[in-house]
Design a protein around this ligand. Structure first.
Ligand code: RI2
Length: 308
């Protein structure tokens, strides 16, 4: 296996690179490097090795649809290639295009989402989402007086990254523990979270605890926004597949010395927020309702949905 692929696989698997968008860009970039650096050989050799590289990347976070869509975007033209050079070129080109489109989407989401934050608002975010953090930073950069609350997000505590990013940007930010969400909700003007996966029925799969934020926001009548690129929409859900919730090692929650033997530790990474608790999805193609996800999915992913 080639070095760029190997190191990306271990970085994603061990959470050194994390966040649905970042892992998609990392996976796509690794495939681009793989193609560019591929030594001679036949087109068949390349296709076989590309399949192996693709499989290894997808296995690093096996339930991540962003990674799947990113990888798929890179390899979409290989089937029609007539020569090794053509195949290599298409992967390299598509990889670059995906990374650029993904970064461009973040800029548009920030621009659209900032319109949902008014001067003087206090907003809540969860975990560490570059899309959601981008929205809050953009509102601040536009001169709005915005205060942010960020959850710690056990067990990896990605909330510490969020407070660092927001504070570096000059945003007034408060860190809270995950269980403080309901007690602060009445002081919030809006909730902005990211997405790992969006299902065709508009449900959101995101960092564990997101559904509690949504429930508390719903109860307190605080608008709940999902900041998401459309490549986090899961085409598989159109055909009835359920989104698999990744479960990680129990040692991330508690070490064996911390709990009596025989006690099981359950560590689901994501949870599902139903569409009825979501006010809007802020995407690069505009602000949409959960009920529009299916149509946008068909339009954005187009024939790629049916190619695999
Ligand atoms: P961006 C993260 O998952 C969080 O759940 C976050 O909300 C989501 O990815 C989207 O992040 P993890 O990789 O793509 O920390 O907006 O498990 O950066």
């Amino acid at each position: 296996m080639f070095d760029a692929v190997k190191s990306t696989v271990s970085d994603i698997r061990d959470m050194r690179v994390r966040g649905a968008g970042r892992i998609a860009r990392a996976g796509a970039s690794a495939l681009g490097e793989f193609a560019q650096g591929y030594p001679g050989g036949s087109l068949e050799d390349f296709k076989r090795d590309l399949d192996a590289a693709k499989g290894a990347i997808l296995a690093s976070r096996p339930t991540a649809v962003s990674l799947w869509n990113g990888v798929q975007a890179c390899v979409r033209d290989v089937g029609g290639a007539q020569s090794l050079e053509e195949a290599k070129g298409s992967v390299a080109r598509n990889s670059k295009a995906f990374v650029e489109a993904s970064s461009g989407a973040l800029r548009l989401i920030a621009e659209f989402g900032a319109k949902r934050i008014r001067d003087g608002d206090t907003v809540l975010t969860h975990c560490n989402s570059s899309a959601a953090v981008g929205v809050i930073k953009e509102a601040h950069a536009q001169g709005k007086d915005v205060r942010a609350f960020a959850t710690e997000s056990r067990p990896w505590r990605q909330g510490l990254l969020t407070v660092r990013e927001l504070s570096d940007a000059g945003v007034d930010v408060t860190l809270i523990i995950d269980s403080a969400v309901r007690s602060v909700m009445r002081r919030m003007d809006g909730v902005f979270v990211g997405a790992d996966t969006v299902a065709s029925n508009g449900a959101l799969i995101n960092k564990i605890g997101t559904s509690q934020l949504a429930l508390a926001a719903h109860e307190a009548r605080v608008p709940f926004h999902v900041c998401t690129e459309t490549y986090k929409f899961s085409p598989m859900t159109m055909f009835g597949d359920m989104v698999e919730i990744e479960e990680r090692d129990s040692g991330e929650v508690a070490g064996p010395e911390e709990v009596p033997s025989g006690v099981r530790v359950y560590n689901p990474v994501f949870d599902a927020t139903p569409a009825r608790h979501i006010d809007a999805l802020i995407t690069e193609v505009g602000i949409i309702s959960p009920g529009s996800v299916y149509d946008v999915m068909v339009r954005q992913l187009g024939s790629d949905i049916f190619r695999t």
